[in-house]
Write a protein that binds this ligand. Structure first.
Ligand code: FES
Length: 156
């Protein structure tokens, strides 16, 4: 046994050197104007924030095609918020974001729409134009794909 280690239930346990995990001190920006310049999305008039799960299971059932379909549709309709240099619209009302697993991995691809809090399941690329037109433009969630809404959340 090396120095500094101990045996716990027959396993040689070595202490972790905390200094191996040194992190740099994050700089905190207190000036809100500077923060807004660095992240102009904070001042943007975003109507919907759409998250497309890019987790492992959703990726196996076409998450990247779903994301591409959102990108294509939103950008061609000038609805996607973002830098013009990236083909987006600085005045666009919809923010599109990748996210990691949201926990319903066996029925992906998961798509979440806020501020409504609508969670869609089993979304395929072919469903995307309908979600955009019916939900994001007209305000009516696509019921056949809805897994839950804030109204369905509660004790089971
Ligand atoms: S991988 Fe998408 S919900 Fe888990």
């Amino acid at each position: 046994m090396s120095s500094g280690s101990s045996v716990l239930a027959g396993v040689d346990v070595r202490p972790i050197k905390v200094d191996q995990f040194e992190m740099s001190d994050p700089k905190i920006i207190k000036d809100k104007n500077r923060l807004h310049k660095l992240a102009p999305v904070a001042a943007a008039e975003i109507r919907h924030h759409v998250f497309v799960c890019g987790g492992k299971s959703c990726s196996k059932v076409g998450a990247s095609e779903v994301k591409k379909a959102f990108v294509k549709e939103l950008e061609s309709r000038k609805l996607r918020y973002g830098k013009e240099s990236k083909g987006r619209n600085p005045e666009g009302p919809i923010l599109l974001t990748d996210c990691g697993s949201v926990g319903f991995c066996s029925i992906g691809t998961a798509v979440l729409v806020y501020p409504e809090g609508v969670w869609y399941a089993q979304v395929r690329a072919s469903d995307v134009p309908e979600i955009i037109e019916q939900h994001l433009i007209q305000g009516e969630p696509v019921e056949r794909l809805v897994l839950k809404t804030p109204q369905t959340i509660g004790p089971e």
